[in-house]
Design a protein around this ligand. Structure first.
Ligand code: SF4
Length: 362
């Protein structure tokens, strides 16, 4: 089943906060507030950081009606659309809509009975609210797993379909679906099946991926494979730690696939026995220059390729497509742009020379 008039392969779309999700729109980047809703100051500080990082939708846990005033203040005080995350209580979903949330995430299976769910659907219809439903590997029941003969990916699909059915039966179409697992393999399988069966926009993520390199690698593999197959309309990289990192990694994954470009694409060689300079220090210097430009509020073109290479023997050739690049030489450095040498010099004037070349692109 899929939205009426939609052929298989064509994705449906929904709009949240004026932003299109699905239907060929750029793959949106989401995060979830780590701050608690009762700490409004921290929530706004986190939202500001997320907004500056390019986050386009923020999910907020809404566990109690006592927090409704806080939710209302948050929704009206930020430009990023808020998705209230609700469990077990349909009245909370109704309250979130009253607070101005344009999207809610619920599990229709635990919405205190069919009547409660129907009232949420009615309110969502009236107020143009998008409902995200979805299953997580961690909350699969033994019954769902048994029904699929122990196949957890199939059980994830079943769990999503169990949540989807009542919405579809009510003629509600403004839906985003998701199936997440800590296992990359299960995430891939479940999302591939769902993508083939339904045209609803899909939220993708590897849940509880971990932290640092471990979580980044898991997310890059899981989400990268899905995105490379055209699966996924909105994504969250789920990492322990600063929520801005989730957004940065999401853009890095999309940038690596050529889907969306943001900011500077820093290319650097790994360094080897031929290197003329310490590549790590050179990358740090370049990052510092870029950060200084950003701190001044100046903008470089999105997707500008900046290359940092350890030697002049292979560097400029390997990074010939870079908009601007630097490589170490025997006595200093060479700066190059799109394969052409534009300056040479000694290491002590490198930072000023490199900064001035990068600033040419502002
Ligand atoms: S650019 Fe030079 S230093 Fe860097 S990996 Fe290649 S050969 Fe080695």
């Amino acid at each position: 089943m899929q939205p009426e008039g939609m052929s298989m392969g064509m994705r449906g779309s929904v709009t949240i906060g004026g932003l299109q999700f699905g239907g060929g729109a750029p793959v949106r980047v989401e995060s979830m507030l780590k701050s608690r809703l009762d700490d409004t100051e921290s929530c706004f500080a986190e939202l500001e950081g997320l907004s500056a990082s390019g986050c386009e939708l923020v999910r907020v846990a809404f566990p109690s009606a006592d927090l409704s005033e806080r939710l209302k203040v948050l929704v009206s005080g930020t430009k990023i659309p808020i998705m209230a995350d609700i469990h077990f209580n349909h009245t909370l979903a109704l309250t979130a809509i009253e607070c101005g949330c344009e999207s809610i995430r619920i599990n229709p299976g635990n919405m205190s009975g069919r009547q409660g769910l129907l009232s949420v659907i009615e309110s969502a219809k009236t107020n143009g609210v998008v409902i995200r439903i979805g299953a997580n590997g961690g909350s699969l029941s033994g019954k769902q797993i048994d029904a699929c003969g122990g196949d957890r990916a199939a059980a994830l699909v079943l769990a999503v379909e169990e949540q989807l059915t009542p919405l579809m039966e009510s003629g509600f179409d403004d839906i985003i679906i998701s199936a997440k697992s800590t296992s990359v393999e299960e995430t891939l399988l479940a999302n591939t099946i769902l993508s083939g069966r339904y045209a609803y926009p899909m939220h993708i993520g590897v849940t509880e991926a971990g932290s640092g390199l471990d979580g980044t690698a898991k997310s890059a593999v899981g989400l990268g494979i899905l995105l490379a197959q055209g699966i996924g309309d909105t994504m969250r990289v789920s990492l322990t730690g600063d929520s801005r990192t989730e957004v940065e990694v999401a853009y890095m994954i999309q940038s690596a696939l050529g889907l969306r470009k943001r900011r500077v694409n820093l290319i650097s060689c790994p360094g080897c026995g031929r290197r003329r300079v310490d590549v790590v220090s050179l990358v740090e210097m370049t990052t510092e220059i870029l950060a200084e430009i950003e701190a001044r509020g100046e903008k470089l073109p999105e997707g500008l390729d900046v290359a940092v290479m350890g030697c002049e023997v292979n560097g400029p050739k390997e990074a010939a497509a870079a908009d601007i690049g630097v490589a170490g030489t025997q006595g200093g450095y060479v700066l190059f742009s799109r394969g052409n040498v534009i300056a040479t010099g000694e290491m002590n004037d490198l930072k000023a020379a490199l900064a001035s070349c990068i600033e040419e692109f502002i």
